[in-house]
Design a binder for this molecule. Sequence first.
Ligand code: NAD
Length: 498
Amino acid sequence: MITYGHFIGGKRVAGTSGRTTEVFQPMDGSVRGTVALASKAELAAAVANAKAAQPAWAATNPQRRARVLMKFLELAAKANDELADILAREHGKTVADAKGDIQRGIEVIEYCIGAPQMMKGEYTEGAGPGIDIYSMRQPLGVVAGITPFNFPAMIPLWKAGPAIAAGNAFILKPSERDPGVPMRLAELFLEAGLPPGIFNVVNGDKESVDAILDHPDIKAIGFVGSTPIAEYIYGRGCSNGKRVQCFGGAKNHMVIMPDADMDQAVDALIGAGYGSAGERCMAISVAVPVGQKTADELVRRLIPRVESLKIGPSTDSSADFGPVVTKAALERIKGYVDLGVQEGAKLKVDGRGFRMQGYENGFYMGGCLFDEVTPDMRIYKEEIFGPVLSVVRAKDYEEGLRLCNDHEYGNGVAIFTRDGDAARDFAAKVEVGMVGVNVPIPVPLAYYTFGGWKRSSFGDLNQHGPDAFRFYTKTKTVTSRWPSGIKDGASFVIPTMG
Ligand code: NAD
C-alpha cells in the first residue's frame, strides 16, 4: 500500500489533516494506496514556503531557469517507463496511451525552454523628447494549478512549465484519483536543480481547493476539470481578485460529409471516440453524418468495429483501451446508457455487460454506440466521459454546423470532407475553440494555444503556447527620460505626444 502525502519545500511530507482517500488501480479494482487530503493550514504552509523561495528563483536569469527544464527533460526521458507504469496503474489507460500523456506534457516543457525569448519585453527609443519606453514581463509570485484525473502528467506539466519558466513558484493540486505521477514529477524537478519550494504538490479535495481560492498570496490559478467546478473556481477566484483561467467539459462533434473518405472517417471515430475509454476532453462523443445515405453507411461500418474493440488491463500492450477510472465513473457511464435507451435512442452496440476475464473487479466497460440520438436528449446535452458514441443524423451541412454551434460546449470539433469549400466555411463559422479538418483530435501543439469556447472555458487566455506566459506574468511599462538640459516647467495637462 502506497501512502501519498504532499511535496512541499523540496521533500515528501506526510499529511497532518487526518483525512485521506483511497487511490485505486482500475485494472483490477484493488486499492493501491491512500492519499492525504490537505487542510487549509497545510495549504498555507506550502504557500509560505513557496513565497519564501520565489524571489531568488525570479532573480535567476531566464536562461538558467530554462537549463533546469532541459535537465528535467533528460531525467523525465530516463523515467519514462516508470512514469507510464504509475500513470497506467492509477488512471487505467493503457501504457502506450500513458506515454502519449507524458509526451504531450514534455512537449510543453520543451516549448518553455524558450523562456528567455518569451519573457522579452519591448522597447521604443525616442517616443518623445528624450523619452524612451520599455515594457517588461515579471512573474506574479506564487501561482497554482488545479488539475483533473484524466491527464495526470500532461496537464500538471502544461500548468507548471510556463509558470516556473516565468519565475513563479507553483502549487499543484492534482486530482486525488491519480497523485502518483505528479509526486514523481516533483522529485524529478528537484533533481533537475529546481530550488525547493518552487514546485509543490498539495494533494486534496474541495477543502484544499477552497484554501487555494481564498489564499491572498496565490496570485493566479489555472484550472482544468468539469464545467460546474470550473465555473465555481472561476467565480470564487475572480471575486478574490485573482487571475483565473478554467477549462471545463466538452461534447465534441465530428461532422461527416457525404463526400468524406469513409474508411478514414470510421478509423478516426473509433480512435477518437473510444481511445482512453472516452475519458478525454477532446474525445469525439457525437458523430454527425450528413444525409441519410452517409448515416446508414457510417452506422453499418461502425457497428462491427465497436463490437470488436479490444478492451484489456492497462498493462496489455495490445488493448485499444483499458478500464475507466473508478467504480463510481463506471456506474455513472452505465447510467447514461440506461438513460439513452429510456430516451428512445437506438443502442446499436451495448457494452454495459462487458466483463474482463481474470480482472472481474476492474472498472471495465465495453464500447457503446447509439444511433438516432436527438438534440433534446440528455445523453446528447451532457458530457458522458466514457466509451459511448452518439450518432446524431443531420439532413444537410447547415444542420450539422448548427448542431455544433448550438451545443453549450465548444471545446473541439472536426469535419471530415474532401470539399475544401465546406471545410473552409466550417472552420470559419463553427463556434468551437479547436477545429480539425480530417483530423479527429485537433489538440494544438505546444507552440499554439489550447482552449475551448462557450462553457468549455472561463477566462480570456488559453493554456500553453504564448498565452501561458501571458497568463503567468504581468507586464510593467516604463516611460523614462534622461534629460540633458530639457526644462519644460510644470505641466497641468495630460502629457501627449501630439
Ligand atoms: P473534476 O471537475 O471532478 O475535478 C477537477 C479538479 O477539481 C480535481 O483536482 C478535483 O479534486 C477538484 N474538485 C472536484 N470537485 C471539487 C469541488 N466540489 N470543489 C473544488 N474542487 C473540486 O474533473 P475530473 O473528473 O477530474 O476530470 C474530468 C473533467 O475534466 C471532464 O469534464 C473533462 O472534460 C475535463 N477536462 C477538460 C479539459 C480541457 O482542457 N477543457 C482537459 C481535461 C479534462
